[in-house]
Design a binder for this molecule. Structure first.
Ligand code: PNW
Length: 512
């Protein structure tokens, strides 16, 4: 970055920030412009060509109104057969990077490497197996066509869709799942690592642990308050670390890629900035969300001190002799520490945090943190997600916090977006305004705060199966007409504007 240019951008941003337009702005030359998706949310083909069931297949097929109108990902955007249509969207945007996830049970139907779902390798009854595109071949095709079109693949190994046979043996409550994950990760590195150089092991372990194993709101729907999330998180951290070490030991030298884990976090502001109790509570909110995973992985192999002390104190008061938060052994701490090659952040929203005494007699993770979250009524809320208060400046503060807390890492924003409710107008002017303001905060983070931010991925490329909201909540840059069996994709205005920003930045190379 030329320093004169940097200084002038800095001055422009400080003085004219409110008039700033990302279309005319200078992002770093090699900035990664991306969009993201996840297998279960877009692929469909839930049992096609030898794919095994995942916890999301089970969860949605059980019905019970846990998902909007009992919708499922059985068909979703049909990307398993319509990949070429997705590629057209990617090219229309001019993305430099595309982040997608592999369906573990499409590759390894029972979750183990005992059987690999690959062309010519048939375990299921069908006439001509050799004619089929199966798991390995499908993803190889996606990766090869991205590379042929100059788009860098960023691959998530696991995005919420655990193979059901592993869940049947305890899922993330069992250490055996961490071992199975390591074997699966090695298989993926070996199979695709010659072409894939950016890997995410696990997407949002917080969401899997809290919504999947504590509150039971997402698959596998386990409700074990006060223990489920801690146990699931413990095993996911070990799984991630084992996979990172496998890459480091067996593949890094030859393949030269990078491996991280995608962590989601709100930014937390104290409700009353003059209250020490609220300021401490805001720190705890971050500790119980982001630092829960980032402290062990990026710093010292162990949970944040405030989590350990708070949970131990609550447990004591509740009459339990030992803490519900598990402990890592010293070997495990050594194994976990330093197992990420960059910081992958998913940011959606900001909360105001009040101190709240835990008076519960029953175990509960949300009570353990003694912090109550509220949103400021003046913040706009995305029409498609009641939890998504739009606070672009919260992202800048969170990035600065990560820089200061985690030794100035290279950061990628691996997800950020705003949903519209269905029916969603193609002219989403207000939503583009949210993106524009967010990109403005990103520039400030880079040029004023000195954050090493290397890329930004919009969630999501396409409208898709938004978990418990089904198809009612639309995060896509491209609209998908789910009522039409051809599943046509059409750009929202945000897609057209995003393409302009990307095109402009690719013309202007300040430090490239
Ligand atoms: C992320 N919350 O999940 C996921 O990575 C995506 O699969 C998902 O579609 C996207 O965000 C939008 O929701 C989240 O309740 C799920 O705060 C829930 C929350 C945040 C992120």
């Amino acid at each position: 970055m030329a320093s004169a240019a940097s200084a002038s951008i800095k001055a422009t941003l400080s003085s004219e920030a409110s008039n700033w337009n990302p279309e005319n702005a200078y992002f770093p030359g090699e900035f990664a412009w991306g969009a993201a998706t996840a297998a279960y949310q877009i692929e469909g083909g839930w049992d096609a060509d030898g794919k095994g069931p995942s916890v999301w297949d089970t969860f949605t097929h059980q019905g019970g109104d846990r998902v909007f109108k009992n919708q499922t990902g059985d068909v979703a955007c049909g990307s398993y057969t319509l990949w070429e249509e997705d590629l057209k969207c990617i090219k229309q945007l001019g993305l430099t990077h595309y982040r997608f996830s592999l369906s573990w049970s499409r590759l390894l139907p029972d979750g183990t490497t005992g059987f690999i779902n690959q062309k010519g390798n048939c375990s299921f009854k069908i006439e001509s197996c050799a004619a089929l595109i199966q798991g390995v071949d499908y993803y190889a095709g996606v990766i090869d066509s991205l590379l042929m079109n100059g788009v860098t693949p960023v691959v998530t190994l696991y995005h919420f869709d655990l193979p059901q046979p592993l869940e049947d043996q305890g899922g993330w409550r069992s250490g055996a799942t961490a071992e199975a994950f390591d074997a699966y990760a090695q298989f993926c590195f070996r199979t695709f690592g010659d072409r894939v150089k950016l890997w995410i092991t696990i997407n949002e372990p917080y969401v899997v642990a809290v919504l999947g194993y504590e509150k039971g709101l997402m698959a596998p729907g386990v409700t074990e308050p006060g223990t489920g999330a801690y146990l699931a998180a413990h095993n996911m951290i070990k799984a991630h670390a084992a996979a990172w070490h496998s890459y480091d030991r067996l593949f890094r030298k030859k393949q030269g890629g990078l491996v991280s884990i995608a962590l989601n976090s709100d930014w937390a502001e104290p409700f009353n900035p003059n209250s020490l109790a609220d300021r401490e509570a805001a720190k705890r909110h971050l500790a119980f969300c982001l630092d829960w995973f980032a402290t062990p992985i990026f710093l010292d192999g162990d949970y944040p001190a405030v989590m350990k002390s708070k949970i131990a104190a609550v447990c004591k008061r509740q009459g339990s002799p030992s803490s519900r938060l598990l402990e890592f052994t010293s070997e495990e701490k050594t194994m976990i520490k330093g197992t990420a090659d960059f910081f992958a952040l998913n940011y959606y929203t900001t909360r105001k945090i009040k101190h709240q005494d835990n008076l519960c007699t029953q175990p509960s993770m949300s009570a353990d943190k003694e912090a109550e979250q509220v949103t400021d009524p003046s913040w706009p809320v995305a029409t498609g997600s009641s939890w998504l208060a739009v606070v672009p400046w919260g992202l800048r503060r969170l990035l600065k916090y990560i820089k200061d807390t985690y030794n100035h890492p290279i950061i990628y924003i691996t997800e950020n977006g705003f949903s519209q409710s269905d029916p969603a107008p193609l002219d989403d002017t207000l939503r583009w305004e949210y993106f524009r303001l967010t990109l403005q905060e990103i520039l400030k983070a880079i040029y004023i705060d000195g954050v090493q931010l290397k890329g930004y991925f919009v969630w999501s490329l396409l409208d898709n199966f938004e978990w418990t909201c089904g198809y009612s909540s639309r995060f896509g840059l491209f609209h998908v007409a789910f009522e039409n069996s051809a599943l046509p994709r059409l750009p929202y205005r945000s897609a057209i504007e995003y393409a302009k920003v990307i095109a402009n930045n690719r013309r202007v190379k300040l430090d490239g």
